[in-house]
Ligand binder design. Sequence first.
Ligand code: ATP
Length: 352
Amino acid sequence: MANIVIDRIKKSFGAVDALKEVSLNIGDGEFVSLLGPSGCGKTTLLRIIAGLETSTSGDVRIGGKSVVGLPPKDRGLAMVFQNYAVFPHMTVFENVAFGLRMQKADAGRIKKQVEKAAALLHIEPYLDRYPNKLSGGQRQRVAVARALAVEPQVLLMDEPLSNLDALLRLEMRTELKSVLQASGTTTVYVTHDQTEAMGLSDRIAVMFNGRIEQAGPPVEIYSQPATRFVGGFMGNPPMNFIRLSVQNGAVALGSARHPVPQFGGTEIVLGLRGENVARTPLEEGLRLEVRVAEPMGSHLLLTGTVEGQPVRFILPASETVKSGELIGLKPDLDRLTWLSPETGEALSRPTA
Ligand code: ATP
């Protein structure tokens, strides 16, 4: 097992700065997701860790040793990619054994490791089959078993579930989590799917435009976003951002005034998750002008405006609200995020 230190990595492709000085420490046995929109640099960072791409500057250390300049095969890692290449002309057993044969492992070790990986991923019944006789999910498991069979120090995965249908994805996600917890493998996982990242990771590094905007445990990323980008990227619906005017260090939240962090501006942005509100009499809360009310079964989704600004809120399914109604909403005061309207960065909470 090994930790990974990504130390001020930069990568330019000609005029494109794909990575603008990225640093991240990944602990031994930790599962870290690189999450972000298309083009933010996730795959490039993963390929640099793998040794499939060279960085323009900076260092990558695995288990305390710099791996810059080392070919992928000497880095003690295994990879699973989106287009999981299982070899069609080999049985499942031979597919899983592939990495071990490359390492020139003896027959005893190959048998033991293949059986162990196959058991972990529940593919023992298919060891004699060829991949064209397997479902997509089973083939995906073969690819993961092949990576785990070599007992890598580090496992790198790039969108490994994206070819699967929604139900299989969910099933494989649960399996991956339990398999990797059992094996204790340090894992870096690239995805643009926030639900996947939230469910699987010990920590998530949210990337945007060649930088890591925030790295932390899923709950922290969700409830205490460091930037407007992170709050807006995570969550469904995304975090609401409402611009409010500041007077004497406080803003009006309905009839009450609430202190805000002091940063010298006349306006501040309130970051408020859709579910962190409750119904209240109109004169006491934020005034939501409901444009559309959608009963979702588990909850009621409201789309509308507060102070003329677009918002989405979630109320219990038992509430009855009609489109066009004006209702009062009381924010949960312990769960507010304050952000600078200029920089989009979160401001520290008021100390008072
Ligand atoms: P996606 O989710 O779409 O795969 P990503 O976050 O993985 O996106 P990267 O593939 O790392 O993004 O790409 C980061 C940036 O670098 C993009 O602007 C991309 O166009 C650029 N880029 C990546 N590879 C190359 C290359 N070989 N040559 C030139 N530009 C590249």
